[in-house]
Design a protein around this ligand. Structure first.
Ligand code: FAD
Length: 287
């Protein structure tokens, strides 16, 4: 099923993200975790992609498996950094053959081991969006950044570039994680002012281990409010308490989003069925 059909319905959707293994060695354990998330019956699931193609086959295999064996619609991520036009076309043919109808079109970041210029055939995700649209038959999503993308001069420029990406053919956007919902509400109103009318799905990251917050901030530069900092300071050394506090904080963000009229929410569930279960149980009378 295409995601724009799911998003058009009036129901609240809660979707979860999983990542595939890079190597074949731990494929089974990752598959088990991903299917464990699927068994929780989310509205749909997304499967990430290793920039440069490091998870190309496993992204597709996991996404196909979740659809066919668990009956959950999936969206496969696809990056264009370091990719050729022919390579992207082949990936799209493979997705189509696997029954994948949804793709999150991303630029990606230059992989550490990539030699040479990674931006020859593609410079920005918008070019990938154009090629996927031309290929046809896919519902296309894109990424967006409530606090601005790390490479952008400012959020205004970032939103201008986002408009180009949406105009190229995105049916919806999913945001990078944020820990203060006001940042999302402010971003959403600026996006709408800029004439972007597609659904913008907030991405919520349950932080269940103290190390996660350091890597999240390093990667995305996102702001960590004092309220959340105190939680990590207090419970970071107690794994069980940190997991519980992280699930509650993420649930709190989700409840606030729903209370403010946001219908579609994506959770960066990181192959953790127990985190998905915790969030769903906290929301059992709400969704
Ligand atoms: P773009 O939309 O191309 O933007 C990148 C930068 O270029 C921005 O600063 C933008 O303002 C600027 N820009 C865009 N168009 C133009 C233009 N025409 N002229 C000048 N500047 C321009 N990475 C992975 O490797 N695998 C994943 O599975 C993955 N999943 C993600 C899912 C989500 C929801 C998000 C938010 C990010 C994800 N990422 C993933 C990370 C993403 O690949 C990086 O953040 C990357 O740096 C940017 O990708 P993008 O698609 O947003 O790029």
């Amino acid at each position: 099923m295409k995601l724009n059909e799911i998003l058009l319905k009036n129901d609240i959707t809660l979707s979860f993200e999983v990542f595939p293994p890079k190597a074949t060695a731990n494929y089974e354990s990752v598959r088990e975790a991903a299917y464990g998330v699927a068994m929780r019956k989310p509205s749909y699931m997304s499967v990430t992609y290793g920039a440069g193609g490091s998870t190309r086959d496993n992204t597709l295999k996991i996404a196909k498996g979740i659809q066919e064996e668990c009956g959950i619609t999936t969206i496969a991520h696809l990056t264009c950094v370091g990719a050729t036009k022919e390579g992207i076309r082949q990936s799209l043919e493979d997705m189509k053959a696997a029954g994948i109808e949804n793709v999150l079109a991303l630029r990606g970041d230059k992989p550490k081991d990539f030699e040479g210029d990674p931006f020859t055939d593609y410079h920005y995700a918008s070019e990938l969006v154009e090629d996927i649209r031309e290929f046809g038959g896919m519902c296309i999503g894109g990424a967006c950044y409530p606090e601005g993308h790390v490479e952008s001069e400012n959020t205004l420029e970032d939103i201008r570039n986002l408009k180009k990406k949406v105009d190229a053919g995105c049916s919806f956007l999913t945001t990078q994680m944020f820990f203060d919902n006001n940042i999302f509400y402010n971003f959403l109103s600026r996006v709408r002012e800029a004439g972007i009318s597609v659904p913008v799905i907030p991405g919520i990251m349950p932080i269940t281990r103290a190390v996660q917050i350091r890597s999240a901030v390093k990667l995305s530069g996102c702001n960590v409010p004092m309220r959340f900092r105190s939680i990590v300071d207090c419970f970071g050394n107690n794994p069980e308490a940190m997991q519980q506090a992280g699930i509650i904080y993420a649930t709190d963000q989700i409840i606030d989003l729903i209370a403010n009229g946001i219908k579609h929410i994506h959770v960066y569930s990181m192959n953790k069925p127990e985190v998905v279960k915790g969030i769903q149980e906290n929301l059992s009378k709400i969704i």
